[in-house]
Design a protein around this ligand. Structure first.
Ligand SMILES: Cc1cc2nc3c(=O)[nH]c(=O)nc-3n(C[C@H](O)[C@H](O)[C@H](O)COP(=O)(O)OP(=O)(O)OC[C@H]3O[C@@H](n4cnc5c(N)ncnc54)[C@H](O)[C@@H]3O)c2cc1C
Length: 355
């Protein structure tokens, strides 16, 4: 979650998350009391089908939260409680089983991360045929399954189910402005604008006040998310900051990237034409960006991995994440949390039954 942009405290993906379940609520309440998370109470507006901008209707029964200072803090807070060794900036490319039935992980440089009793797969990409078109070669977990001398039926079923999961792409435009230009953005009466009812290109615009108390001038971050249909049209173009380009070595095409930036910027200007102070801002005046970031697999669905296939007990293999069926909204942060918490309980059960 926005880790690589933490210095800017700019949330390029989810700007907030909803909490529906008591289980997630108790964890989030604890984070709130430690100052790691707070309620998201920013003004949310939407563009109506006639182009007018009005206040969004709020569901007062559902609470929204955000990480402090950015969304990355939610994952950071969970990790800080665990006795975990974390490796950022590495892409696991080879997954295999050892003679002792342990899982071995290696990255693209063949760096060996060790042998593990349990493999917890927190992204379906390593088990999805889509891996081949993004990174080349067979997806690491599919390759691991192919190399097993005795095929595991539940593992095969899980891989078949994962292959059916489609992933909708989203492209984001990331920018920051400073001084008078930041003040122009901050003078708008909203911080989140839902434009999905009006635009085929943009789904929402998120403004974040980045001004520190010690700053003598204002700073603001502006993040624009594309619609899924626009994301699909530009699916072959990887932003410089995407995982595929940074870690997987996928090529990014400078000309196509500039065209997408220009298309999204122009659409934003059309949508916000009633604000003269925004209309006069040139694209090259941003203090950061505009940068393109593309998620090839932003929103998994509509098929998700069945809960009963998420734990392959005899292989010590657990799938967790927002691509697993749960009682929350699919492809959401709460869905990822509930699946991870279910996975952790299953690991505890499997191990306690063996001791
Ligand atoms: C543009 C956008 C807007 C969103 N808005 C909202 C919102 O408003 N509210 C909400 O609740 N949710 C929202 N979401 C969805 C939310 O961000 C996801 O549901 C959530 O992040 C899923 O968490 P996860 O842990 O399952 O997966 P991820 O957050 O995707 O984490 C998986 C991690 O695995 C890593 N990884 C993958 N493959 C490898 C590999 N081979 N080696 C090493 N690491 C690997 C990835 O880099 C990533 O860090 C949004 C998502 C996007 C893209």
């Amino acid at each position: 979650m926005s880790r690589e942009l933490a210095f800017l405290k700019l949330d390029h993906g989810a700007p907030y998350f909803e909490v529906h379940s008591n289980a997630f609520r108790s964890v989030i309440d604890a984070m709130c009391s430690r100052g790691q998370v707070t309620r998201y109470t920013e003004a949310e507006f939407c563009v109506q089908s006639d182009g007018s901008i009005t206040k969004s209707e709020q569901n007062h029964k559902v609470f929204k939260f955000k990480g402090i200072p950015g969304m990355y803090k939610v994952a950071d807070a969970l990790l800080s409680e665990a006795d975990a060794q974390v490796h950022y900036g590495s892409l696991i490319k080879v997954i295999s089983t050892t003679e002792n039935n342990l899982w071995n992980l290696k990255d693209k440089r063949e760096i060996d991360y060790g042998d593990f009793e349990i493999l917890c797969v927190a992204s379906c990409t390593v088990a999805h045929p889509r891996w081949s078109s993004t990174f080349g070669g067979t997806a690491p977990l599919i390759a691991a399954a192919e190399q097993m001398k005795i095929p595991n039926q539940n593992f095969q079923k899980a891989l078949k189910n994962i292959a059916e999961i489609k992933a909708e792409p989203v492209t984001a435009l990331l920018m920051a402005f400073t001084g008078e230009l930041a003040s122009a953005w901050l003078s708008l009466q909203w911080r989140m604008l839902d434009v999905s009812r009006f635009s085929d290109v943009i789904s929402r615009i998120h403004i974040k006040d980045l001004t520190e108390t010690s700053d003598s001038v204002s700073n603001v971050g502006v993040v624009i998310h594309s619609t899924v249909s626009f994301g699909r049209k530009v699916v072959g173009v990887f932003g410089k900051t995407s995982t595929a380009a940074r870690l997987g070595g996928a090529k990014h095409d400078e000309d196509s990237e500039q065209q997408i930036i220009s298309d999204m910027w122009t659409e934003m200007k059309i949508l916000l034409k009633e604000y003269k102070s925004i209309d006069s801002i040139p694209m090259n005046s941003a203090s950061y960006g505009p940068h393109l970031h593309r998620w090839g697999a932003a929103f998994p669905g509509p098929t998700l991995l069945k809960q009963e296939l998420a734990c392959i007990e005899d292989l010590h293999l657990i799938f967790v994440g927002d691509y697993i069926e749960s009682q929350s909204i699919p492809a959401s942060i709460e869905c990822a949390f509930l699946s991870a918490s279910h996975g952790a309980r299953r690991i505890a059960e499997v191990f306690s039954s063996k001791t």
